[in-house]
Write a protein that binds this ligand. Structure first.
Ligand code: CDT
Length: 315
């Protein structure tokens, strides 16, 4: 019997810097109700969904930065999402800035959680590929200070057996890296859930908007096909506090095909009946890892971080 889970990507339009958490949560709750009405069992919200994408600003005052972080999950403002999950029977993936007190110190991560259809928190992922820079670079039209405001995630790329399938998570820039999908693929992932905030303009080099969209889609399509998994990706997009953020939320099938894609740059739900067995033939044939992977030749992937070209003639 086919294992079909109807999944949704809940794209969010811009969240203004002064928009209260409670107002954003109300927008998300409406999308959850729409997802329920559409028969969905799982909904994916964007990266740092509860606030504006604050790494675009340099802030010297840590208290000002910390105002964008959640110190508990659920907290007073996010609890309704958990209650709705249980009441509606719709699980969710949510990205947020996490302030944790661990080992006697304060730690800050760009985090995503997975909540099941009973409203239980079943999984947590902390973003590993943090893009951007750590020092203020005033020459840029806008900053991308994820390396300043977050630590590198320390939880690896786990998967969870829940809601009838095997689910993994990553966050935004992680989706561009084949390593992300392969580590999840080696654990049999059937759906990779992710949110993103991607500026339409490259702040350091001229790059046409159509290429930005191509790179967003092509990496997810390759990751899906090469690991026989669904990929469900939700943007926060539109003109947010003066910076245009890319839309293009998508549900990608294990075949690499785009099954659904957002049309707007506003709050929008896209949904698809995802057959979790669709990737099985890929996992059992062309990408049957046990039969075909040649790990004896892959050592460089973990031994070497940066590219080292061979010496030039005579050197
Ligand atoms: N949020 C996030 O990871 N955004 C990046 C922008 C890259 S430019 C520094 C992304 O990969 O979409």
């Amino acid at each position: 019997m086919a294992r079909v889970v109807r999944m949704a990507a809940a794209q969010l339009g811009p969240v203004a810097r002064d928009e209260p958490r409670a107002a954003v949560v109300e927008r998300m709750r409406r999308l959850m109700r729409d997802a329920r009405a559409d028969g969905c069992r799982l909904i994916v919200f964007p990266e740092l969904a509860l606030t504006t994408f604050f790494p675009r600003w340099y802030m010297a005052n840590q208290a000002e930065v910390d105002a964008f972080f959640e110190v508990e999950m659920p907290g007073a403002e996010t609890r309704p999402l958990f209650e709705d999950a249980k009441r509606l029977g719709v699980g969710f993936h949510l990205g947020y800035a996490e302030l944790a007190r661990e080992g006697g110190r304060v730690r800050r991560f760009n985090t995503a959680i997975l909540v099941d259809t009973e409203g239980r928190l079943v999984g947590k992922y902390r973003k590993i590929h943090l893009p951007g820079h750590s020092a203020h670079e005033p020459q840029r039209p806008f900053q991308h200070l994820e390396k300043r405001y977050f630590e590198i995630g320390d939880l690896g790329f786990p998967v969870w057996r829940t809601m009838g399938g095997i689910f993994g998570m990553c966050i935004c820039n992680d989706r561009r890296w084949p390593e992300t999908y392969r580590v999840l693929g080696l654990q049999g992932v059937e759906a990779v859930l992710l949110g993103y905030n991607t500026p339409t303009v490259n702040a350091v080099i001229q790059e046409p908007a159509h290429l930005r969209m191509l790179h967003h889609l092509v990496t997810m399509q390759a990751g899906a096909y090469q690991n026989g998994t669904w990929v469900v990706a939700a943007a926060k997009c539109g003109m947010e506090d003066g910076v245009h953020m890319m839309g293009g939320s998508a549900i990608v099938a294990p075949t690499g095909e785009i099954a659904a894609q957002a049309k707007t740059e506003a709050d929008e739900l896209i949904a698809h009946d995802c057959d979790l067995d669709l990737g099985r033939y890929i996992k059992e044939t062309v990408f049957n890892f046990a039969q075909h992977r040649r790990t004896e030749y892959y050592g460089l992937i973990v031994e070497r971080v940066g590219m080292v070209p061979p010496p030039k003639d005579g050197q």
